[in-house]
Design a binder for this molecule. Structure first.
Ligand SMILES: C[S@@+](CC[C@H](N)C(=O)[O-])C[C@H]1O[C@@H](n2cnc3c(N)ncnc32)[C@H](O)[C@@H]1O
Length: 235
């Protein structure tokens, strides 16, 4: 492995991109998903379904959409939103309801939490941004309590009959929208390439099972371009 392949090198490159796009991230997400992103975040929040109260964390929280939804949905729980981008967190903290969430700047590869701290863990679009998929999920297994749930929103490489059409759409439309909406084709070319190169839900599910998660399930969204996976840490 060269130094360029280490998770931390990928991390600093990815962090730079997200620092840069924070100001128009929500707008671009709305356009690219035709407004569906908020609905998927609600489903992710619902999938962790903790017992009353408890400790919940949203990793790669970005502008905080999932964390804020959990704080709204589970008012008796303590919700923490974690991201390594200061600019993304600044946007999250300025949103209505942000006072109900504890915001922490940290790297999901090395979480500043004790073992078995959380009853539920969520994340939107974290996995394809890290070089070590197994490592980032193991770290989540470590901080999750036995019986706790994990819920993941991710992009999904196209498959099946629609694959050529969807590949074409992602390859050309995403950078074009980046150019038109955000005047930043380069950052959204990264999004396009990381989506097409990312693992299938079957592969992610296999990694989750290999780590020890059980009851692994998933549901594809938006012509198979996005996926929600969820799983439980055994008691
Ligand atoms: C595409 S945004 C997703 C934001 C939010 N979860 C959502 O669904 O809208 C990805 C976020 O992951 C964060 N991120 C990527 N790698 C990370 C890491 N290793 N540790 C912490 N945050 C990370 C980025 O800073 C960015 O805010």
């Amino acid at each position: 492995m060269t130094s360029a392949d280490t998770p931390y090198d990928k991390g600093s490159e990815v962090r730079g991109i997200f620092e840069k796009i924070a100001g128009y991230y929500d707008r671009m997400n709305f356009v690219m998903t035709l407004g569906r992103h908020a609905q998927w975040c609600r489903e992710v929040a619902a999938r962790v379904a903790p017992a009353e109260g408890g400790q919940l964390v949203d990793l790669a929280t970005g502008t905080g959409v999932i964390a804020l939804e959990m704080a709204r949905r589970y008012p008796d729980a303590t919700v923490t939103g974690v991201d390594f981008s200061a600019e993304m967190l600044r946007r999250a903290k300025s949103k209505p309801g942000a006072d109900a969430v504890c915001w922490r700047q940290a790297d999901a590869m090395s979480l500043p939490f004790e073992d078995e701290s959380f009853d539920g863990i969520t994340q939107g679009y974290l996995l394809r941004n890290v070089a070590d998929l197994d490592g980032v999920l193991r770290e989540q297994f470590r901080v999750l309590k036995p019986g706790g749930r994990i819920a993941i929103l991710e992009t999904c490489p196209p498959s099946g009959l629609m694959k050529p059409v969807m590949r074409w759409g992602i390859r050309f439309v995403v950078p074009l929208l980046g150019q038109i909406v955000a005047r930043d084709r380069k950052s959204y070319t990264y999004l396009e390439s990381s989506t097409l190169a990312f693992a299938s839900p079957e592969h992610v599910a296999g990694v989750l099972r290999g780590i020890g998660f059980r009851h692994v399930k998933w549901r594809k969204k938006f012509f198979g371009t996005n996926v929600i996976l969820w799983a439980t840490k055994p008691r």
